[in-house]
Design a protein around this ligand. Structure first.
Ligand code: PLP
Length: 389
């Protein structure tokens, strides 16, 4: 059976050059980077090489990069670490209602401890409004956390403008850039970012490793307590092999990101055009221009997303419905609900994310199968039959 992977937003395959780098690190960098002897220093070299490449890709200083276990840890750290460090100043945080659960659940956790959170709504494209943000700011606001790109709809937020507002008001600004890295040019100064979450496995690096950017001078409580690693802010012996792989993945991006983005856009647009021209009752979700180049999110009317996903899976085609994290639940995701997608369409919300290895032939096979499956599922849908009588 064919295997067509169209779920690159959930995770990506690890690039060969990344695996090679990790293999090299496995053989040579077995020391503890905190040890001062030869073998320890060699392992430290791999960690620092990765730190430098990541810092230079986002316009930061290497001392502003902190290795973590991934995007989830970064998001938890940014929210809770800032809340605890600034609680004397205030206990109000602003975020959006379409953030990843790593942000939303961290905020809910803080609410139980007396913090107040404003969850900004989004418009039908999934965009946060600057006017809403300005209205939400209070004397006791200590943090604004808005994601750079949404993992389901692909919508990009006005990060630079939000950063300018936060800076003027003396509020810290964090952005979850897990989905944006590699697809959107990132510069921490131009975007006025104080903190940013990054994850390796979305950019063809290994899983279980990420990095947090924290601007020099920004005070945030450590999340992990223990040894003095990561400038005394994130304890624990370094995950040297995965950090080396993450660094290599960013190095590949540095050299090729424009080529990848052009490829994603070409393939994604072809997929979008074929679907919208050949299947009726299809709604495009998210913003048509301000969106990730590899993301197509659609709602297919009169079709149940789970049935669609399973039918595509039986043909070897891997996509996502709702969000990867909430698959398994029949409830539409919080993001689809925030966009107020109509009742006949919301359950057929499906995310296709293309990647470096997706070809036009993959798309042709996918759309041909999708047409057959949609027709079969709709033949069983009473609302679709009523609509077409
Ligand atoms: N933030 C966003 C926007 C994501 O898409 C994800 C992963 O799906 C995460 C955070 C969590 O990252 P990780 O899987 O590295 O914990």
């Amino acid at each position: 059976m064919k295997e067509i992977y169209l779920d690159y937003a959930a995770t990506t395959p690890t690039e060969k050059q990344v695996v090679d780098k990790m293999y090299e690190a496995y053989r040579l960098a077995y020391g503890n980077p905190s040890s001062i002897h030869l073998v320890g220093r060699r392992a430290k070299g791999y960690v620092e090489e990765a730190r430098e490449v990541i810092a230079s890709y986002i316009g930061a200083d290497p001392k502003e990069i902190y290795f973590t276990s991934g995007g989830t840890e970064c998001d938890n750290w940014a929210i809770k670490g800032t809340a605890y460090a600034r609680q004397k100043r205030g206990k109000h945080i602003i975020t959006s209602c379409i953030e990843h659960h790593a942000i939303l659940h961290s905020c809910e956790y803080l609410e139980k401890q007396g913090y107040e959170i404003t969850y900004l709504p989004v418009d039908k494209y999934g965009s946060v409004s600057i006017a809403d943000l300005k209205k939400a700011i209070r004397e006791d606001t200590i943090l604004i956390s808005i994601m750079m790109a949404n993992n389901e709809m692909g919508t990009l937020q006005p990060i630079k403008e939000i950063g300018e507002i936060a800076k003027k008001k003396g509020i810290l600004f964090h952005s979850d850039a897990v989905q944006a890295l590699g697809s959107v040019p990132i510069n921490v100064d131009a975007m006025n970012l104080d903190m940013m979450s990054l994850s390796s496995h979305k950019i063809y690096g290994p899983k279980g490793v990420g990095a947090m950017y924290i601007r020099k001078g920004v005070r945030i409580e450590p999340f992990m307590h223990g040894g003095a690693q990561e400038f005394k802010k994130r304890a624990g012996t370094h995950n040297v092999i995965d950090i080396a792989g993450f660094g290599q993945a960013v190095k590949i991006l540095k050299e090729n990101d424009k080529v990848y983005v052009a490829h994603y856009q070409k393939i994604r647009d072809y997929l979008r055009d074929r679907i919208t021209q050949e299947i009726d009752y299809v709604q495009l979700n998210g913003h048509c221009e301000k969106r990730l180049p590899n993301n197509l999110n659609i709602s297919i009317g009169y079709v149940e997303g789970e049935a669609l996903l399973l039918s595509l899976d039986m043909e070897g085609i891997c996509v996502s419905t709702g969000s990867a994290c909430s698959s398994g639940s029949l409830k539409p995701s919080h993001v689809a609900m925030a966009l107020h997608i109509g009742d006949d369409f919301i359950h057929g919300t499906t995310r296709f994310t293309v990647g470096r290895f997706t070809s036009i032939e993959d798309i042709d096979y996918t759309v041909d199968k999708l047409k057959e499956i949609v027709a079969r599922l709709r033949a069983m849908s009473p609302t679709y039959r009523e609509r077409n009588i």
